[in-house]
Design a protein around this ligand. Structure first.
Ligand SMILES: C[S@@+](CC[C@H](N)C(=O)[O-])C[C@H]1O[C@@H](n2cnc3c(N)ncnc32)[C@H](O)[C@@H]1O
Length: 254
């Protein structure tokens, strides 16, 4: 399977499932069992900033950014349905909104060195080419600009719940494309180690500011442990990780 075929399979998967994910993983939340932006304050001041969302989905994170006073809201997403939904949701925003239907592996016409903040909430891990995607993101940011993303922690889906216990079912070490179980094997997602995300960011020219994989658990457990994101699983391994990075400010080095 080549990368174009994987993108096409994943696009089809998202066109079918978009409604199910309407506003599901969006700022101020970073993802299941994770700390929120209200607790972490990773973005700092948003007011007056030019912002780009990679894999903007239904547009709920951009809506949050608009409500926080962002000057310009830009987003891209692979799915036609998601872009249509985001356009509707963001119609009432005062800030200028520009959305592209595009894979994150390509630049659909985004300006270079333009954005103060680029972020991606539970979308970056869908990329079929992490190096290319991070190098694109690096090129969109102003020197000194911030890139923040959250994604499912790569240890999370290595466990399986079988016979009333969690077992390590898949190798953490072996990386590459896999049919995804949470999606009933209808989409293909690359398994990558946490170190791969960190090292590819560094190779793309980023400075890592923070890596967060703290787990926040509810006080009472009500759900079935076999659920994809269950409290029981999250009590053993993190469900979400977040990385904050900055584009090296070369002007300061001269
Ligand atoms: C969980 S949703 C993101 C939610 C969104 N960040 C929000 O704030 O509402 C993941 C998104 O990634 C998009 N996606 C998947 N593969 C992609 C790719 N290669 N390039 C761009 N977007 C992609 C999907 O269409 C989907 O909308």
């Amino acid at each position: 399977m080549n990368l174009t075929e994987i993108l096409s399979i994943n696009k089809e998967g998202w066109e079918k499932s978009a409604e199910r994910f309407y506003g599901r993983t969006a700022l101020p939340e970073y993802g299941p069992f994770s700390l929120s932006e209200e607790q972490l304050n990773l973005f700092g001041t948003i007011a007056g900033k030019k912002i780009l969302d990679i894999g903007c989905g239904s547009g709920h994170s951009l809506q949050y950014m608009g409500n926080e006073g962002a000057q310009e809201l830009w987003g891209l997403d692979l799915s036609t349905k998601q872009i249509e939904t985001a356009e509707k949701l963001l119609r009432s925003q005062e800030s200028k909104v520009t959305l592209f239907e595009s894979p994150m592996e390509e630049n659909p016409g985004l300006p270079p060195e333009y954005f103060d903040i680029v972020y991606s909430i539970y979308a970056l891990g869908w990329t079929v080419d992490l190096q290319k995607t991070l190098s694109n993101i690096h090129s969109y940011l102003k020197p000194g600009g911030t890139f923040i993303f959250s994604w499912e922690h790569p240890i999370h889906d290595r466990l399986a719940y079988e016979n009333s216990a969690f077992t390590l079912k898949k190798s953490y070490n072996i990386e590459g494309p896999e049919y995804n179980e949470a999606w009933h094997n209808n989409v293909v997602i690359y398994h990558r180690k946490l170190s791969t995300y960190i090292n590819t960011l560094i190779e793309a020219g980023f400075i890592i500011e923070k890596v967060i994989d703290d787990v926040v658990l509810p006080t009472t457990i009500t759900e079935n442990p076999s659920k994809w994101y269950s409290t029981q699983r999250a009590s053993i391994v993190p469900a979400t990780f977040i990385i904050k990075a900055t584009k090296r400010n070369t002007r300061h080095l001269l």
